[in-house]
Design a protein around this ligand. Structure first.
Ligand code: F6R
Length: 614
């Protein structure tokens, strides 16, 4: 969602800020704007639509050159995505400018109060209220930092705010509650951004900001305090990837690059976690083995694709670790009454570590004293701070909105956790766990094999670009894979796509089958005879009713050949690990189909990469 960039240093701020915004485009947005402070005056420019529109406006009317500035890409919440509602917003005097990510829940009262006091608000946004509140507080004295503190104490909801004031032309102030903001530490220059991608071309040194903290950014230094003005402990870290990881590297889309990176991402996520003796070492989980032995229930919370990883985790945890496992959409979790106790382990899965629904679910679980473990891809994000322990996935930056390599690495992480719990609790250790760990190490090469054989999938996708609906069927872990295939197609190709558990067909969905309807079926390995044979019957049932069957089955599975209009082979792997290979053709399929339809594959309409509001 909204992207934020702030800069103060020695370079032309506009260039740094616009370049930073371009690197945050992947977050999803519908308008963009900048403010530059030069010669004691604020110059702003903002435009609805993509950055190209803003760049055009800046070329038509270049602002004066300054070395302090900020920029924003807005994903509309309050008010339509037009020029007027785009950020930055300024106060009545034109001396304070503000950008914001999040939702200020008490904005209506604040706005009414401001209007009563004579302020003129020009937009429909919650953000503009902050500019006017800052105007009053700056007038009241104490400078912009103190003004920001006083304003933040009045705000309800989630926000990252960045503000500048003509009265202090070397200062950018940031504030954060429940919404992402990181500091980039340079030499003689400093940066603020929603994520490190915005400044990675300039520095790889970053500071993680905590909840309810204010950062005072000057060219010569960074000071972090809390909303009361007390100095805060800051955690500096080094970003372990460079700018090339956030570029397309010769691919047409980030998504294609990220699909291609999956073998490496899987290998990196396994790296250093398997000892020479085949035992797992997950010390970074920071939940002592003694406590893991006491766990009697696991609940997984996540959204979207990460939720699908959670659904697969359930099968792995119940089978290997022998613990009951529930999987819950994070957005639903805290609105019911989940039964949690200190012996419940709640695992939150989130690529970004900033998804508000996931964070709220974690806080709800913490209130009930459950143990909390995060699976997260972004170092420095909020989720790891809120959990007792974290297992990082090492997918590297995922820029395309549709999650691909993060999903595969989440699967690796949940397999590792399930196997580790099995190891600690002594369930199945010595045979199956050991064998699975060995097999996991061979998965990068299996995923690579799948990628080498994707041309027929691309051809198939192109041939289906005129269709309006595609169904996906699976059983066991193939069911969440079917859901994931459908989600990818919905978000990228804007087509009606549904995933079903194949066993549910006869309970309703079979009525949807009509002549020529494409149905993708994920077939379990032949070794799971009962499951396998049941789904082969399902394929026959839908084919008899006219469906065009697209079958994903392990290489050499001749039993499905007679019933498959298109057969996509994947390497043979055990059932629980099969999602690592069966998901890949579905990613390629959705990407190619969307591209054939002329869609923006990396930034599908209406979507944001990290959903930082509820
Ligand atoms: C789909 C997709 C989304 C995310 C979801 C959760 O391709 O990317 O469904 O999976 O928004 O995001 P994270 O994992 O960042 O919490």
């Amino acid at each position: 969602m909204c992207g934020i960039v702030g800069y103060v240093g020695g370079r032309p701020a506009l260039d740094v800020v616009v370049e930073g915004l371009a690197r945050l485009e992947y977050r999803g947005y519908d308008s963009a704007g900048v403010a530059v402070l030069a010669d004691g005056k604020l110059a702003t420019a903002k435009r609805a639509g993509k950055l190209v529109n803003l760049r055009g406006a800046l070329e038509d009317e270049p602002p004066p050159e300054g070395t302090l500035g900020m920029g924003h890409t807005r994903w509309a919440t309050h008010g339509a995505p037009n020029d007027r509602n785009a950020h930055p917003h300024v106060d009545c005097t034109g001396s304070v400018a503000v950008i914001h990510n999040g939702i200020i829940e008490n904005f209506a009262e604040l706005r009414a109060e401001l209007e009563e006091n004579g302020h003129r608000l020009l937009s429909d946004t919650d953000t503009e209220a902050v500019a006017h509140l800052l105007e009053d507080e700056v007038k009241a004295g104490g400078g912009l930092v103190e003004a920001m503190r006083r304003v933040c104490r009045r705000l309800e909801g989630a926000f990252t705010l960045v503000a500048v004031h003509t009265g202090d032309p070397d200062l950018v102030v940031g504030a954060r509650r429940n919404s992402p903001l990181v500091v980039g530490v340079g030499e003689g220059e400093n940066f603020l951004a929603s994520d490190v991608a915005a400044f990675i071309a300039h520095t790889r040194n970053a500071i993680e900001l905590g909840q309810d903290q204010i950062v005072e950014l000057r060219a010569g230094g960074v000071t972090v305090t809390d909303f009361e003005g007390r100095p805060a402990d800051v955690k500096e870290y080094h970003v372990d990837w460079d700018v090339s990881a956030a570029e397309k590297g010769g691919f047409d889309y980030f998504m294609l690059k990220e699909i291609a990176e999956q073998p490496q991402a899987v290998a990196d996520t396994l790296l250093g976690r398997i000892g020479a003796d085949g035992r797992l070492h997950l010390d970074e989980m920071r939940i002592p083995d003694r406590e893991l032995r006491e766990v009697d229930k696991i609940i997984i919370v996540a959204c979207g694709t990460s939720y699908h990883a959670g659904l697969i985790a359930k099968y792995a945890i119940e089978h290997w670790a022998g613990l009951p496992c529930e999987v819950e959409l994070a957005s639903e979790f805290r609105y019911r009454d989940p039964i949690l106790s200190p012996s419940t382990l709640v695992i939150a899965i989130s690529q970004s570590g900033e998804t508000m629904d996931a964070l709220m679910a974690v806080r709800h679980a913490r209130e009930q004293k459950a143990k909390l473990l995060g699976i997260c891809n972004v170092n420095g994000s909020t989720l790891p701070r809120e959990c007792d322990g974290v297992l990082y996935t090492h997918a590297g930056p995922e820029i395309a909105v549709a999650s691909t390599k993060a999903f595969l690495t989440q699967l690796v992480a949940v397999y590792l956790i399930a196997l580790y719990i099995a190891q600690v609790r002594g369930t199945k250790w010595g045979d199956e766990v050991f064998a699975m760990v060995q097999l996991l190490e061979r998965m990068p090469e299996k995923v690579e094999k799948v990628l080498e054989t994707m041309e027929p999938v691309r051809e198939l996708a192109r041939s289906l670009s005129g269709e309006h609906c595609v169904l996906f069927l699976g059983r066991h872990v193939g069911f969440p894979v079917a859901l994931e295939g459908a989600l990818k197609l919905k978000e990228l190709a804007y087509m009606h796509a549904e995933g079903f558990a194949a066993g549910e067909l006869k309970h309703g969905p079979i009525a949807l089958i009509e002549e020529g309807l494409p149905v993708v079926v994920v077939v379990p390995p032949r070794a799971r005879e009962v499951l396998h044979d049941k789904i082969v019957s399902n394929i026959q049932e839908i084919r008899a009713r006219g469906a065009r069957t697209i079958v994903i089955a392990e290489d050499g599975d001749e039993s499905v050949e007679p019933y498959a209009d298109t057969l996509i082979g994947v390497p043979a792997v055990p059932t629980l690990l099969q999602p690592l290979v069966t998901t890949v053709p579905l990613q390629v399929f959705a990407c190619e189909l969307a591209s054939a339809k002329g869609h923006d594959v990396d930034q599908p309409r209406n979507l944001a990469k990290s959903v930082t509001v509820e």
